[in-house]
Design a protein around this ligand. Structure first.
Ligand SMILES: [Cu+2]
Length: 288
């Protein structure tokens, strides 16, 4: 199985090689997939799978992800000595859990996966979810961090990345890496946008995209785009709401799945017992 962290490293190294002679000896080639690549994980998007039929749509499915691990390690900041730009020192966000009030874990992705043999086609999307709220989600780059750090896209949605650094001498990139259609290096001059329209971000039900910056190797963001719109990222209190899920007809089921930067293999949380127009509260989900 392709290792996302390693692939990211390889992508960064390939690009960095243009301007730097070496990068801490991590320039190994990616091992080719040996039959058991991400595409062979249970995706249920293959045309042979049956279309999940909606018997109406649910109300709101709500819940909270709670961090129960070591609090001394949360909300990581990149060590200032590793940050060349003064305005980013002590501000650039590192890799780790982001935890707010009441232990709520931010930037955790919750999404729906149909049971084996089924796929969610557009016919099973609520009429309210046929189109995205806006064509492009805006991501900013203040203080040498992508903000937000984790993004859920509608299947018809793209992203625009703004270099809004407070210092006009700071240049950033918005490299589209990982995912189903990694495009690679793209610079974002100060005050400008880099647009990735929806068509350039092909969906995958098994792996996210990443955003990276060659000027600041610690800058990372993740973007998920599934084949359906039933995906959400937890807010700064760890809370999430998924709305208007299809109530499956027949023997089809929907499972709630969870992914985070810290646990990159999607994990099954629960089978969703949905009823038409009814809300559903999920018990607190613990991570550490
Ligand atoms: Cu940067």
């Amino acid at each position: 199985m392709r290792n996302p962290a390693r692939y990211w490293m390889v992508m960064m190294v390939s690009a960095l090689a243009l301007s730097m002679a070496a990068f801490s000896g991590c320039g190994k080639k990616e091992t080719p997939s040996q039959g058991a690549g991400p595409e062979s994980s249970p995706e249920n998007t293959e045309p042979a799978a049956k279309e999940l039929k909606a018997n109406g749509f649910s109300g709101n499915v709500t819940g909270k992800v709670v961090y129960t691990g070591d609090m001394s390690k949360v909300n990581p900041v990149v060590p200032p000595e590793n940050v060349k730009d003064d305005i980013c020192k002590g501000q650039a966000k590192g890799v780790g859990w982001y935890v707010g009030e009441g232990g709520g874990a931010q930037y955790v992705v919750l999404f729906v996966r149909p049971s084996a043999g089924y796929r969610i086609t557009e016919a099973a999307w609520s009429p309210d979810l046929k189109e995205p709220k806006e064509p492009l989600v805006e991501v900013k780059q203040p203080r040498c961090s992508f903000t937000p750090r984790v993004i859920a896209l509608h299947p018809k949605q793209g992203v625009k990345v703004l270099n809004d650094a407070p210092d006009e001498n700071i240049t950033h990139d918005a490299n589209l890496v990982l995912g189903a259609n990694p495009i690679g290096l793209s610079a974002v001059p100060h005050g400008k946008f880099k647009d990735y329209p929806s068509a350039t971000i092909k969906p995958s039900d098994s792996k996210p995209y990443g955003l990276s910056c060659n000027q600041h190797g610690f800058m990372k963001a993740y973007m998920w785009k599934l084949s359906h719109p039933y995906i959400v990222v937890t807010d700064d209190k760890g809370s999430f709401t998924l709305s208007k899920l299809p109530v499956p007809d027949g023997d089809a089921k929907l499972e709630l799945m969870m992914w985070s930067e810290m646990n990159q293999t999607p994990k099954r949380v629960a089978e969703l017992k949905l009823e038409k127009d009814k809300d559903l509260k999920i018990a607190d989900i613990e991570v550490k």
